[in-house]
Design a protein around this ligand. Structure first.
Ligand code: ARG
Length: 464
């Protein structure tokens, strides 16, 4: 009997060779070779388990493990010859194993399918990358906490609607970013639990007739448990979606963060100086120093959102169990991982090197009547109802606008004409230092609270 596709591990039942276009169209080896090391790890664990249940001899197991380790070395050295005819990373490695060790190599695929194999590889890959991401978040968090401590007393304007609202401290602003990143980190750590379940043993979809020990394989690969349902194990890619959702949120935060750095480093704001090493110049305008790194991070957020949508759409409407659609989960996921890691890396290295322009932030904080709320609170302290106080302060602001002055520049007489309860002591609360110091409760912007937040964050970072 002649086989139409003698090169294919599944060629037996075919009478015609694969169309050349279809071969390229269906192949994933161009991108899934990135899973090679995880594929090898999974195969080694599988071989050990087959030996333990007496399906594979000791000798075959040893030669499979040795063969796979040699292949790992070939791949890491860049000596491996990837072949599109062999479709994907799994069949490339298996074929090479048979090449190297002969008969024993053909026994590796016992009780296994590429369906549980690829699902396992993907989980191992994401688990590893997720740990790298968490490490990078911790580095960035640490940089922000250090910066917050250094700038706990630095006064800057706080904004709503991008208009000066109330004075805050730069340290408090850094700690706001820290909080966002902390939630991002927790989201990744939380989704790791659901990633860390092992599909191997599900085989094609229904499980296998060999008396496999899935707990043993799971333990060898450091999975928490074997997946509890074989159909679910090979078909669902919800863990890629969940991971991408967490990735999208961290990019959302980094993008907001970027936007602020772009604004703050502009001549109009002049709050910070970005390190030269993180900016580029213009080919035509010699005076320019462009904030390219934050701009690119902001821009790259879009592709991560796009990947999340690709994965959601890829999964919807797929009947159980495995479908080839799932091969499309890899490129979006790989690019998500690379983009998030690069963005976090850039921020982690840039933030410790930004310079603050304290003088300029201080001046900006004094504009826009940023202590108007403090004046209202002062009047409330003297027995005026808040709504009436709001009205009086509104009139004071009006006078200041008309005469092109700040609230603190109004005379005691002018203020007392609005309401008699105002005394000389009003001037201390009209100063921005008084305003921030007064917000001295948990979560407030007072320097004392920033130091407390820094202390708490350091405790949290120590245990993570
Ligand atoms: N390359 C495939 C993927 O990424 C591996 C699984 C193929 N399974 C199959 N039954 N065709 O999903």
């Amino acid at each position: 009997m002649t086989v139409a596709s003698p090169d294919k591990p599944w060629g037996g039942r075919f009478t015609e060779p694969t169309d050349e276009f279809v071969e390229t169209f269906t192949a994933s080896v161009g991108f899934d070779q990135r899973l090679a090391e995880h594929d090898i790890d999974g195969s080694i664990a599988h071989a050990r388990m087959l030996n333990k249940i007496s399906v594979l001899s000791r000798q075959d197991m040893d030669s499979i493990i040795k063969g796979l380790e040699d292949i790992r070395t070939e791949i890491l050295r860049g000596d491996f010859n990837w072949s599109v005819e062999l479709e994907d990373v799994h069949m490339n490695i298996e074929a090479r194993l048979v090449d190297r060790i002969g008969e024993a190599g053909k026994r590796l695929h016992t009780g296994r399918s590429r369906n549980d194999q690829v699902a396992t590889d993907m989980r191992l890959f994401i688990r590893e990358q997720l740990d790298f991401i968490v490490e990078k978040i911790v580095l960035l968090e640490t940089a922000l906490v250090d910066l917050a401590e250094r700038e706990a007393d630095t006064i800057m304007p706080g904004f709503t609607h991008l208009q000066v609202a109330q004075p805050i401290t730069f340290g408090h602003h850094m700690m706001a970013w820290y909080e966002m990143l902390e939630r991002d980190k927790q989201r990744f750590i939380d989704c790791r639990k659901r990633i860390n379940q092992m599909p191997l043993g599900a085989a094609a979809l229904a499980g296998t007739s060999y008396p496999i020990d899935r707990h043993m394989t799971a333990q060898l690969l450091a999975f928490d448990t074997p997946a509890a349902n074989s159909l679910d194990a090979v078909s669902d890619r919800d863990f890629t979606i969940e991971f991408s959702a967490a990735a999208s949120l961290v990019m959302t935060h980094l993008s907001r963060f970027s936007e602020e750095l772009v604004l703050w480093s502009s001549t109009q704001f002049d709050f910070i100086e970005l390190p030269d090493a993180f900016c580029t110049g213009s080919s035509i305008m010699p005076q320019k120093k462009n904030p390219d790194v934050p701009e690119l991070v902001r821009g790259k957020t879009g592709r991560v959102y796009g990947h999340l949508f690709s994965l959601l759409t890829l999964m919807k409407s797929q009947p159980l169990a495995y479908n080839k659609d799932n091969q499309e989960d890899k490129e979006p996921l790989f690019d998500t991982v690379d983009t998030v890691l690069n963005a976090l890396h850039a921020f982690g290295n840039m933030m410790p090197n930004i310079q603050t322009k304290r003088e300029s932030m201080y001046l900006a904080a004094q504009q826009g009547f940023s202590t108007a709320t403090d004046l209202a609170d002062y009047l409330v302290g003297k027995g005026v109802a808040f709504r009436d106080a709001h009205e009086v302060v509104g009139q004071a602001v009006r006078i200041a606008i008309d005469s092109n002055r700040d609230l603190a520049d109004l005379s005691l007489n002018e203020l007392q004409e609005l309401t008699s309860v105002i005394d000389e002591d009003v001037f201390s609360i009209l100063r921005v230092e008084g305003s921030v110091a007064a917000r001295n409760h948990f979560g407030g912007t007072a320097p004392e609270q920033v130091r407390l937040a820094v202390y708490n964050a350091r405790q949290r970072l120590r245990v993570s």
